[in-house]
Design a protein around this ligand. Structure first.
Ligand code: MG
Length: 214
């Protein structure tokens, strides 16, 4: 892994800010068009939280990111706050909690916890939400771990799965949240929450893996 988690999170914050307009446009198709703004508020709050944290312990950094994202407000702030806290809680337990398994198993288990925690807010698979990008990423990590792949393999698979999951939300009708009131209009457009999650996953993975070899 070529970079620290801190710089990976900062890269993700940058990627979200760069996508602000595009995310607002996606949200405008069936919502109030503010998703890019809300996520940018979150990104800035995450940066501010990280500045206040000297430790580079992953659990501490993820907890700081959770506080930052929760402060973004709205449904998405609560979703990220809860999901990231679940990840931090799993990191605190450490790899030993899954029988001495390695980093990939720990990551797979942490992302699975995030999926469970955010599902608790009411959405399920296919409801055209952030979960439709998160669940495929979790499944990709789990499948890579089960087949004995490396952490790098798992990260690359999670990146591809999150993007494919987000893209596939274009074929879905929103069933939850504000956009469910405009379910028909939502069809044909990628869910903004799934899109932003895929952007975050891609930035985190690109930062962790470093420049492509060759
Ligand atoms: Mg909105």
């Amino acid at each position: 892994m070529s970079a620290s988690l801190r710089s990976a999170i900062l890269d993700a914050a940058d990627a979200i800010e760069e996508a602000r307009e595009a995310l607002c446009l996606l949200d405008a198709a069936s919502g109030d068009g503010d998703h890019g703004v809300t996520m940018t508020i979150g990104a800035r709050r995450v940066r501010a939280q990280l500045e206040g944290v000297a430790s580079d312990d992953p659990e501490v950094l993820v907890r700081a990111a959770a506080i930052g994202m929760a402060g973004a407000g709205g449904a998405i702030g609560a979703i990220y706050g809860r999901g990231l806290l679940a990840i931090a809680g799993r990191l605190r337990e450490g790899p030993d909690a899954v029988g001495g398994a390695g980093q990939l198993e720990l990551l797979a288990s942490a992302i699975e916890r995030a999926a469970v925690a955010t599902s608790g807010l009411g959405a399920g698979p296919g409801d055209k939400t952030v979960l439709d990008a998160l669940l495929p990423a979790a499944a990709a990590l789990e499948a890579t771990a089960r087949s004995g792949g490396s952490l790098r393999d798992g990260l690359a698979a999670a990146d591809a799965a999150a993007q494919a999951g987000a893209d596939a939300t274009a074929g879905l009708e929103a069933r939850i949240g504000r956009s469910a009131r405009h379910a028909e209009q939502s069809k044909g457009t990628i869910d903004p929450g799934a899109a932003s999650l895929a952007i975050i996953v891609h930035a985190l993975v690109a930062s962790a893996l470093g420049p492509a070899e060759g």
